[in-house]
Design a protein around this ligand. Structure first.
Ligand code: ATP
Ligand code: MG
Length: 451
């Protein structure tokens, strides 16, 4: 065969294997509402420094999406064709390279951290196992194949998260119809939903988070495989899930998120002990629902919510079941509570790693519950000074609201903590137990000695 023909065939084969280039839609400044002044000056500086050095760089993801929706972005992400080492060389001491599965750069400006990721390419065309690898379940274990801007766009999760903002001319670059989807409030996964959830099952809980938080309709194709593939979430390492769970429940829509996680059978992979069919302590589910309502209210009024309190509530039911069982087995209440806490926290940590500092606080909140039943003046005054009193008291109120106890203990503590010393004395006196008289010890009859 003539060489020319061979080369032609080769080039046709090569072209058919090469991924199709997508065409971008450019949305110019007069056609969108993204306000450059609302963007973090740090993020704009990162983009400008990269472009001045000859690289391509854009704002991307949640900050562009939220900017278009008139919301305040939580953080700013930048996407560039500069490789991690090149970014490091440019920003030097302010830059730290992180991540193995997904390598990226963190650039620090005072307290703000800008996340800079190199454009991702098609991992299917890469044979380099160092940069890209997939598990037997189709899960991406490593995603470090670099590519072009259009390839980067379709590697992102949802169309609404795949818009790029170019500060130089205030333009938005859209390869996936994300701009229209945002306008119509649609959340749509990019590509084949089944495959994209297989590649990274965390995308299923991100679908729940974004649809709930933004009030977007999850498209039918993006929704369809979730329930069926929910168990894939069980493959995600516990270390990655703590942060995702934080974001899920701290987005101000915890009530909806929990309902949907249960609906799609995802909840059991995050809180296996807390789902209704496992959490059999009476009132525990009502308590979880009430905690979600309170969390949303606190976030709406700008207050903080600590992960420790959240976990203390989620695991209260399982803790009780274990605590009672251990006491039935003959272990005294205090060590039984400690052992039950150990058990429950260990089981939870198989699904979401809980950082040590939170574990200590969760235990304290639980261990304060029996102490709250003692209303002796000195002890009560000490207890309200305890750094975890507030959280323990909040948990007590939730337990009572869920019908766990009818002693009005919560009400008593509400009064006591705000009262002056005299009122505190009176409150405590009402509940002081008459001192038990010590009964004289009965002598045991002497055991008859064997003859
Ligand atoms: P927010 O910061 O408000 O939680 P976000 O969309 O910015 O939302 P990040 O987790 O900060 O979410 O991620 C930044 C961007 O990176 C996303 O918008 C998306 O384009 C991409 N991304 C994040 N996680 C994934 C994932 N698991 N799969 C594909 N793309 C992802
Ligand atoms: Mg973000």
């Amino acid at each position: 065969m003539p060489k020319r023909l061979i080369n032609k065939i080769k080039s046709i084969v090569k072209a058919s294997r090469a991924p199709k280039r997508l065409k971008a839609v450019i949305i110019h400044a007069d056609k969108h509402s993204f306000d450059p002044n609302s963007a973090s000056p740090g993020a704009i500086k990162v983009v400008n420094t990269l472009t001045d050095a000859g690289y391509e760089a854009y704002l991307v993801g949640g900050c562009v999406r939220d900017g278009l929706l008139g919301l305040t972005p939580k953080d700013f992400d930048v996407s560039t064709n500069a490789h991690p080492e090149e970014i490091k060389a440019l920003f030097n001491r302010n830059c730290r390279l992180i991540g193995r599965r997904f390598r990226l750069a963190h650039i620090r400006f005072g307290r703000e951290v800008i996340e800079v990721a190199t454009f991702r390419g098609h991992h299917s065309t890469s044979s380099d196992k160092q940069q890209s690898s997939t598990s037997d379940h189709g899960m991406l274990l490593r995603d470090n194949v670099f590519g072009s801007l259009d390839e980067d766009a379709i590697r992102r999760d949802f169309t609404a998260n795949a818009l790029y903002y170019r500060p130089k001319d205030n333009a938005i670059i859209d390869y996936v119809n994300g701009f229209e989807d945002i306008k119509n409030r649609h959340l749509r996964i990019i590509g084949d939903p089944k495959v994209r959830y297989q590649e990274d099952p965390v995308r299923m809980i991100r679908a729940i988070r974004f649809s709930a938080k933004l009030g977007f309709q999850l498209s039918p194709e993006s929704e369809a495989p979730i329930k069926e593939q929910s168990e894939l979430l069980g493959l995600i390492p516990a270390a990655r899930l703590f942060d995702e769970v934080q974001k899920l429940f701290m987005a101000g829509v915890a009530v909806t998120v929990w309902e949907r996680l249960l609906h799609y059978d995802l909840a059991q992979w995050l809180f296996p002990l807390s789902v209704p069919n496992k959490n059999l302590h009476p009132g525990a589910n009502a308590m979880i629902t009430q905690a979600m309502i309170n969390t949303d209210e606190r976030i709406a009024s700008g207050k903080s919510v600590t992960p420790a309190f959240f976990y203390a509530v989620m695991l209260w039911g399982p803790l009780q079941v274990n605590w009672h069982q251990l006491q039935k087995d003959g272990i005294p209440p205090v060590p039984a509570l400690q052992q039950a806490a150990q058990r429950v926290l260990q089981q939870q940590a198989q699904r979401t790693t809980i950082p040590k500092r939170f574990v200590a606080t969760i235990r304290e909140i639980w261990e304060l519950q029996p102490r709250l039943t003692r209303r002796h003046i000195k002890r009560a005054q000490q207890l309200i000074e305890h750094p975890r009193f507030r959280a323990a008291y909040d948990l007590l109120l939730l337990r009572e609201a869920a019908g766990e106890s009818d002693t009005n203990l919560g009400e008593w503590w509400t009064e006591f903590q705000h009262a002056d010393a005299t009122t505190q004395q009176a409150l405590a006196a009402d509940h002081s137990q008459p001192k038990k008289k010590r009964r004289p010890r009965r002598r045991r009859p002497a055991k008859s000695q064997p003859q």
